[in-house]
Design a protein around this ligand. Structure first.
Ligand SMILES: [Zn+2]
Length: 341
């Protein structure tokens, strides 16, 4: 394990893009404490320092409890605004200039937020984030375990009143036992109106889920996708087509997909020439940040500066950001690299 000082300096300095970040999972301790106080939660601590311990990952059942507990605090539009604003502050500190955040509108509406209010909250949050120098775009996620009613409603929301900045249509939640194929008609319609297909696959389930995401859902990117390494033919396919993978290393370690960062398939995928991007998933719940993810991967696989620069560029290239911002960020990454050589 070697982390070259020039690599560490570049990671600290470079502008970044985050492609895999969930609204509820992005909540820092300060934001969670604020929501807990607002709603008088009997479960989630009201004190920020206690929330830090509360959020810390122990095991998967505990993570589900914590995630559900925070999710249950998101019942008013102001909660959504606070989550976005808090995430933007955290991202700005790491020079993350652009983030695609997964929103699960079906869950928000079930929790009591009227859909029109949610759209307004996303607009308010996006405006506040711009004040911190962070541009947000939205992915509308279906929670897979909620089945076709969730798919139906999520598509209807996206078609009837898409929020500004809606760029993608996703499928998250449980993978195992949740066949990807039955969601195909919903993804076809979403793609027909210009939304990109960004389903999770190859995380909780094996290579077959990635093949299904590609075949049935016409995935433009794969959320996680790391279990593709179990199928050589799939890795070859992903490399040939250069389909971006939204890799979230610490998330995979915490949830037990892989035993450690050192054993993570990201090294194999980079060596094979796959289109790898580095992301966080639910950073405070996995005790990480995007900066930390780059540092951990660079250290574990002794990545050189060129490889780390390429990973930063990949996230920008694989994003659905406006071209003007894309050019600006790619130039910024190259400038940061030049300062570190
Ligand atoms: Zn995810």
């Amino acid at each position: 394990m070697t982390l070259h000082p020039a690599v560490a300096a570049f990671i600290a300095d470079a502008p970044k893009a985050e492609l895999h970040l969930h609204l509820v999972g992005s909540a820092s301790a300060a934001t969670v404490a604020r929501l807990a106080r607002r709603h008088g939660s009997p479960v989630v601590p009201h004190d920020e320092q206690l929330v830090v311990d509360h959020l810390r990952f122990v095991d998967f059942p505990h993570f589900i409890d914590v995630y559900s507990g925070v999710n249950a605090l998101v019942t008013e539009p102001i909660d959504v605004v606070d989550l976005i604003d808090g995430a933007a502050r955290d991202l700005a500190r790491q020079h993350v200039r652009y983030a695609e955040m997964a929103i699960t509108p079906y869950d928000n509406v079930l929790a009591g937020i009227a859909y029109a209010e949610l759209v307004d909250a996303l607009a308010d949050g996006r405006r506040l984030a711009r004040g911190h120098g962070v541009e947000f775009a939205w992915i509308y996620d279906i929670a897979g375990e909620r089945g076709l009613p969730a798919a139906e409603a999520t598509l209807r929301f996206a078609l009837e009143r898409p929020p500004d900045g809606l760029v993608g249509f996703g499928l998250a939640g449980a993978e195992a036992g949740v066949g990807r194929s039955r969601f195909a008609p919903y993804f076809d319609t979403a793609r027909a109106v210009g939304l990109r297909s960004v389903p999770h696959a190859g995380e909780g389930d094996g290579p077959a889920s990635v093949w299904c995401a590609l075949g049935y859902l016409r995935a433009d990117r794969i959320g996680h996708g790391v279990r593709a390494v179990e199928d050589d033919r799939l890795v070859t396919h992903l490399v040939e087509r250069q389909i971006p993978l939204e890799v979230c290393p610490s998330s995979n370690v915490c949830t037990g997909v892989v035993p450690s960062i050192a054993a993570h398939p990201i090294g194999t995928l980079i060596d094979a020439g796959a289109f790898v991007t580095v992301n966080t998933d639910d950073p405070p719940m996995f005790s990480t940040t995007l900066t930390d993810e780059y540092l951990r991967v660079a250290d574990a696989f002794s990545l050189d500066l060129d490889t780390v620069v390429a990973l930063h560029r990949n996230a920008v290239t694989a994003s659905f950001m406006p071209d003007t911002l894309r050019v600006e960020l790619l130039t910024g990454i190259d400038d940061a690299a030049a300062r570190c050589r």
